[in-house]
Design a protein around this ligand. Structure first.
Ligand code: ZN
Length: 244
């Protein structure tokens, strides 16, 4: 099974469409999303429409949680908070209900999918302690999944208990060894923060046990002009040009 794994779409319709066109051309069997369908950018309804109509399996992100009213955006920076509250006002009731019902994590095909950490939607996986905590949480899950795919940082990453996996460039492949457990982040579709403005995602082949990283160009200017027309903070548009 070849899974296309996306994360952090954040209401960026142009990036989502570009990524889904690419995953279709690559022949992905199934698309899954690690959360944050909405927030920051100006097309939350359109993005949730696509996710629902395509039957894409999703996890709840912290911005989804804020947009559907399950949590208040207290820990958000001012621009993120403004966008979260704006999203809440424009998101249809039906989409809010959809977001409310998303799972916090999901086990499929001996992998676990989550947004921030396995046991905390808002907690980042950043340092060695976070890695250790999540690897041990994996041991406690049914079947003892061998890989965890997560998002939330908007920066692609791959590591196991002994350290980082070196895979930096689009097209790089990571072979997953049977005797190791991995934590892997595809990067963000809708607001990359690693200095590369192109939308990020990955393909995971569960049979070949490998992961391939991808980047895709999209119409950044179109997304930016919608952010400005919606009256959202200009910084949210500007950051898309630089991938920060
Ligand atoms: Zn996010």
């Amino acid at each position: 099974m070849r899974y296309a794994i996306l994360s952090d779409i954040h209401g960026n319709l142009e990036a989502l469409q570009a990524v889904l066109a690419r995953t279709a051309r690559l022949g992905a069997d199934m698309v899954v999303c690690l959360g944050d369908l909405v927030g920051y950018n100006a097309d939350p309804n359109e993005c949730v429409d696509i996710i629902r109509s395509d039957g894409i399996i999703c996890i709840m992100g912290n911005h989804d949680e804020a947009a559907c009213g399950l949590a208040e955006p207290y820990g958000f920076n001012p621009a993120a908070r403004e966008a979260a509250l704006w999203t809440r006002t424009v998101l249809t009731l039906e989409h809010q209900i959809f977001l409310r019902e998303l799972p916090r994590y999901l086990l499929i095909d001996n992998i676990v999918l989550c947004h921030g950490s396995i046991n905390d939607t808002s907690r980042y996986i950043l340092d060695d302690a976070d890695v250790r905590d999540n690897l041990s949480l994996m041991d406690g899950l049914p079947g003892g999944p061998r890989a965890c795919f997560y998002g939330h940082t908007h920066v692609r990453a791959a590591c196991h208990a002994e350290g980082q996996v070196i895979a930096k460039e689009p097209g790089d492949e990571i072979s997953l060894h049977r005797d190791r457990k991995y934590l892997i982040n595809p990067g963000a579709v809708g607001q990359p923060r690693d200095g590369d403005p192109r939308a990020a995602f990955l393909l995971y082949d569960s049979h070949a046990r490998n992961v391939t990283l991808y980047r895709t160009e999209y119409d950044i200017a179109a997304c930016q002009s919608k952010i400005l027309s919606a009256g959202l903070p200009a910084g949210l548009a500007e950051r898309l040009s630089v991938g920060r």
